[in-house]
Design a protein. Structure first.
Ligand code: BEZ
Ligand code: FE
Length: 251
């Protein structure tokens, strides 16, 4: 059996098993079929998969990897955020609301050796829970930028504390969440991709102690190691990167 046949057969067997176990009716089958088409028509497959499936892929793919904990990327990363100038501050509007927050720490390899010039691509929602590039009220580029670590691997970036937010819930994904009587919230978080030559990029998020929905993230992406406690508006967090996986051809 090739890989596609192995995985697809297992998936179909799992679905058939659920139908039998739960006596799924023809009417329910028709509703599910229409819902699957609606998700596609609404362009919500990336959203649905990142909310309900990505965390399992991430936890499985990086199980046992050296270095700091990662978590899901989600659908709101924009790869072309600018490299900012020191002293680093994420772009904001002149009248930006929100509690000031300074995030700092060190980027090292998995053995603790500093990684000079490491790049931290940082993005997060505003104090109302909206992302620039995805919400019409925010000018492009707000709360997005790349920060560079110094010669000792130290980084520091000024921003604000983002708010918890709901995943979009007016479409078919939200209809499923409502039908299951779940909530659509994610706890407040800051996204980062930390990268340095010769190392695996670390895709991660930092969450805040005491934040609403920390124990009930709809995307299931919270890990204990990623929960930080701001003290006096400051958070210290060190990132350790795993060595790059050697491609088989070069081994
Ligand atoms: C996020 O982390 O921004 C996110 C993740 C999954 C779905 C929606 C948003
Ligand atoms: Fe997010």
């Amino acid at each position: 059996m090739n890989r596609a046949e192995t995985v697809v057969s297992a998936m179909l067997d799992a679905i058939r098993g659920v139908i039998v176990e739960h006596d799924v009716t023809y009417e329910e089958y028709a509703i599910a079929k229409q819902w699957l088409m609606d998700v596609g028509e609404a362009g919500e497959w990336p959203l649905f998969l990142d909310v309900f499936v990505e965390t399992t892929v991430e936890r499985n793919a990086f199980r046992g990897r050296a270095g700091s904990a990662g978590t899901i990327l989600g659908p709101y990363h924009l790869p072309d955020a600018p490299v900012l100038d020191a002293p680093f501050e994420l772009p904001r509007r002149p009248d930006e609301q929100g509690e000031p927050l300074t995030l700092s720490g060190r980027v090292t390899d998995a053995e603790g050796t500093p990684l000079a010039g490491a790049v931290l691509d940082v993005w997060h929602a505003d104090a109302e829970g909206f992302y620039s590039g995805f919400h019409p009220d925010l000018p492009p580029g707000i709360f997005r930028g790349k920060v560079i670590a110094d010669a000792e691997g130290r980084y520091e970036v000024n921003t604000i504390l983002p708010a918890p937010y709901t995943i979009p819930h007016e479409g078919p994904t939200g209809a499923m969440v409502a039908a299951c009587e779940w909530h659509p919230w994610r706890p407040a978080h800051i996204h980062l991709i930390v990268d340095a030559p010769g190392h695996e990029p670390l895709i991660t998020q930092l969450f805040f102690e005491g934040s609403d929905y920390l124990d009930g993230d709809v995307a299931g992406a919270v890990k204990e190691d990623l929960v930080v406690r701001p003290v006096g508006g400051r958070v210290e967090y060190d990132f350790a990167l795993a060595p790059a996986e050697v491609p088989l051809a070069a081994a």
